[in-house]
Write a protein that binds this ligand. Structure first.
Ligand code: ZN
Ligand code: FE
Length: 256
């Protein structure tokens, strides 16, 4: 199976997963870049996975479905262009010959879902939309810090080798923030250098892996002593992981 990040809308990625002549697209915020990729590679689109309702993840759904007839899967608790198979989390379905596990990951939006599958003889795949980013997490538009913490904990419980396919190229900014949270974390500095070289070459910094995220992502490290101390110095009212996450999120919102 062949995984590609199609850049779209400035800093979005639309993930395309191909197997032979068939493909799935994830969070198509625009149709044209997906249609171009399908055409260039002679692929037919059989499925569209949507993680949440924001326009930069759904803008291309109606056109792609009309042109290709692809089946659409999306969050049951959110409005995306109908018709689609509604998923609340906890269920599984088959697409492109894979069993996709659906995880409810509220926080960025109230009904946000993520998709996980294990392709044969490849590392697992996680499509996590705007919940988990490389070295960061989504803004809390419709959820609480406690909800986002539970969602990130659910993702962090997946295997180390899981390929983390985020929907935005936010990595460099996230890593600069992560370095401010943990100045002594050498894995962050090392990954920042690698990602800078990728971006200098106009290449994606993604997918990441869960093993790496556990080392560098402050939002997955809310129980680490150094992260707790930094969050306490930036307004966290207690050492509780949700309070730490809330303070980190607030700090990041105002960080540049
Ligand atoms: Zn979003
Ligand atoms: Fe987004």
């Amino acid at each position: 199976m062949d995984l590609t990040a199609i850049p779209a809308l400035g800093d979005n990625y639309i993930w395309l997963l191909a197997d032979g002549g068939r493909a799935l697209a994830v969070d198509p915020g625009a149709a044209a870049p997906v249609q171009q990729a399908l055409h260039a590679r002679g692929l037919s689109l059989v499925g569209i996975l949507v993680t949440h309702h924001h326009a930069d993840h759904t803008g291309g759904v109606a056109q792609l479905r009309a042109v290709t007839g692809a089946a659409v899967y999306g969050p049951a608790r959110e409005a995306i262009p109908p018709p689609y198979r509604p998923l609340a989390g906890g269920e599984a379905f088959n697409a492109l010959g894979l069993t996709w596990r659906v995880l409810a990951v509220p926080g960025h939006t109230a009904g946000h879902v993520a998709y996980y599958a294990q392709p044969p003889e490849q590392a697992p795949l996680l499509f996590c939309g705007d919940t988990l980013f490389c070295a960061g997490c989504g803004r809390l538009f419709e959820g609480t810090p406690a909800q986002m913490l539970a969602s990130l904990d659910a993702l962090a419980a997946l295997p180390d080798a899981t390929r983390v396919c985020c929907a935005h190229e936010y990595t460099l900014g996230n890593l600069r923030f992560a370095a401010a949270v943990e100045p002594g974390n050498t894995a962050i500095a090392r990954h920042l250098a690698w990602c800078q070289a990728q971006r200098d070459g106009d290449l994606p910094t993604l997918p990441s892996t869960l093993a790496l995220e556990r080392q560098i992502n402050p939002f997955l490290r809310t129980r680490e002593t150094a992260v707790i101390a930094a969050a306490r110095a930036h307004g966290a009212g207690s050492t509780d992981a949700a309070a730490v996450l809330a303070a980190l999120r607030e700090w990041k919102n105002n960080f540049s």
